[in-house]
Design a protein around this ligand. Structure first.
Ligand code: UD2
Length: 316
């Protein structure tokens, strides 16, 4: 569209130029058709890159000694949020103890534990330059609400303090355990983890939100990968944008009395469809203890532990 016409269009529609660029860009993404990516090549080998050139991190794709040395010079802080409300406080001990053996060892880490039961946060001996702050929050009697509220809490925490206190951030599910190294190879501008149950599943089986009434809607013809809500990461600034956008979309859904199929995970998947992650973590970084280790997964680094949903959730 020529300059004058563009201005006329903006004046007529009341859009600012920035708004125009945004609408043009968004509709470009919406219309963009491309072959949906797989995790494997035609020989059945794991791909190293997404089609937008985001590395897919897994064993053998990086040299830990080299990458540690590069990041050591940067003097970075990695904030890590973890939510443990109600009976989920029972997972904290294993989560933190196993993190201390495997998670960013030798780097500055600050855990922020959100809980309604601060007295149940276990004493865990932290390594050098590892810190923990307990954030007291109100209890909830709906697990969906706890899961949903994580985006808003992440947004507020970044806004109020992390923007000046940390370089990178990860938000991790507490009902999990570290079994292997998780280090600086996982850092990037915007980081998503491929869900362990859907990395070798056909796109149409991905449990995206399929109702157009929800802001998390993804049609059957679209979608790259299925990302797990248990791991969200990136630079503080980029994760702030993600959390804020998802929280806004969640608010719209709430106003329309619709809850996406997999709560904030559905909104995360929608966000990543139009804001592609710059780095992808292979399922090594998000496994599930109930799943046996297949040949193609060389090491399990972080995994969801077995839990009895009926016993630990506040509602069915
Ligand atoms: C999936 C996702 C999870 C989230 C959820 C959305 C994976 C592997 N898991 O897990 O990240 O997107 O779907 O519905 O991607 N929590 C509490 N107290 C409670 C309930 C939940 O603290 O009573 C917190 C806790 O940090 C937990 C997280 O919320 O790790 C997610 O809840 P979940 O593990 O019960 O959800 P799940 O297993 O369906």
């Amino acid at each position: 569209m020529k300059g004058n016409l563009k201005l006329l269009f903006c004046a007529l529609t009341g859009l600012s130029l920035t708004g125009f660029v945004y609408v043009a860009f968004t509709s470009h993404w919406m219309k963009l058709l491309y072959n949906r990516p797989n995790m494997f090549d035609s020989q059945g080998n794991f791909l190293h890159m997404s089609p937008w050139l985001a590395p897919i991190v897994r064993e053998g794709t990086f040299n830990p000694t080299l990458i540690d040395a590069i990041y050591k010079k940067k003097n970075i802080t990695i904030a890590t949020t973890v939510f443990a409300l109600g009976k989920y406080t029972q997972f904290l001990k294993d989560f933190l103890e196993s993190a201390e053996l495997n998670y960013f060892v030798g780097f500055c880490v600050h855990y922020y534990v959100f809980t309604d039961l601060p007295e149940n946060v276990p004493e865990v001996k932290l390594g050098e330059d590892h810190h923990l702050t307990v954030m007291k929050v109100a209890s909830s009697n709906r697990w969906q609400e706890i899961s949903l509220s994580r985006m808003e809490r992440l947004e507020k925490l970044i806004e109020s303090r992390l923007i000046n206190e940390a370089d990178y951030i990860f938000s991790l599910d507490v009902d999990s355990k570290f079994y292997g190294r998780w280090g600086v190879e996982s850092l990037g501008r915007l980081v998503g983890a491929i869900h362990p149950w859907y990395y070798n599943t056909h796109h149409e089986w991905f449990p995206y939100e399929r109702r157009p009434e929800s802001q998390a809607y993804i049609p059957y013809s679209k979608g790259d990968y299925y990302y797990g809500g248990a791991v969200i990461g990136g630079s503080v600034k980029d994760v702030y944008q993600l959390a804020k956008t998802c929280r806004e979309q969640l608010d719209i859904d709430k106003g329309n009395q619709i809850e996406a199929a997999w709560q904030e995970e559905s909104h995360l998947n929608k966000y990543f469809l139009y804001n592609k992650p710059s780095k992808l973590l292979s399922p090594e970084y998000l496994w599930d203890d109930r799943k046996s280790k297949p040949y193609e997964i060389k090491i399990i680094r972080f995994s969801q532990v077995y839990k009895n949903y009926y016993k630990i959730r506040p509602n069915p």
